[in-house]
Design a protein around this ligand. Sequence first.
Ligand SMILES: [Zn+2]
Length: 224
Amino acid sequence: MSTLDPNDIEAKKDALIWSARRCFDLGLQTNAGGNLSVRLSAADAIVIKPSGVGFAECTRDNLQVVHLDGTIEPSSFKPSKDLDFHLNLYRIRSDINAIVHCHSPWATGFASAGLEIPCLTVQTIEKIGRMPLIPLSSNGGPQTEVEITPVFKDPSIRAAVLANHGTIGVGPTLTKAQYLAEIIEETAHIAFVRDTLMAAHGKTAADLPQYGTAMEAKAARQAS
Ligand SMILES: [Zn+2]
């Protein structure tokens, strides 16, 4: 276990409070659900929101410091139910320094219908590529590290959506993970509007050129 730097802990807690507040203000997370975490500069410890604390109620006093071996620094709060998947993602991916997990409604609606959110905007094609859908556990329970870790073993995966549950955005910084949580929800909303309008107009495909995958788009740009 490396030594913890109190200044770093304070700065990371403040950053987490900012991110949590932003999720709440944008309607990505109400009540006390969801959770978010950020890696400390010591690299083998994180700051994470505990269980039962709302995104709008995060303070320096209730956020927890947890080592990647699972040891929790003294805290009167209960650890998040999702602590293990956060710890696992930090353990398997050194490029992940922050995780934002919200129960945002448009994205969770898509996943609960068994639909993967399509990366249909230029931004999602270029920045995300794919947002895998992770079903409930085999016994019908909520997704845990058992279902989530294998998906993130692919180093290209930055976002995923959990059926009947919520979204996960990861990033090299908290701001980037936060933006991903926002982009996932925004994309689900756009996809819903597109699909609803296409159905209302009896269309099965838009009468427009398709943007394609990020790789194809790049190849097309280079060829032109
Ligand atoms: Zn959750």
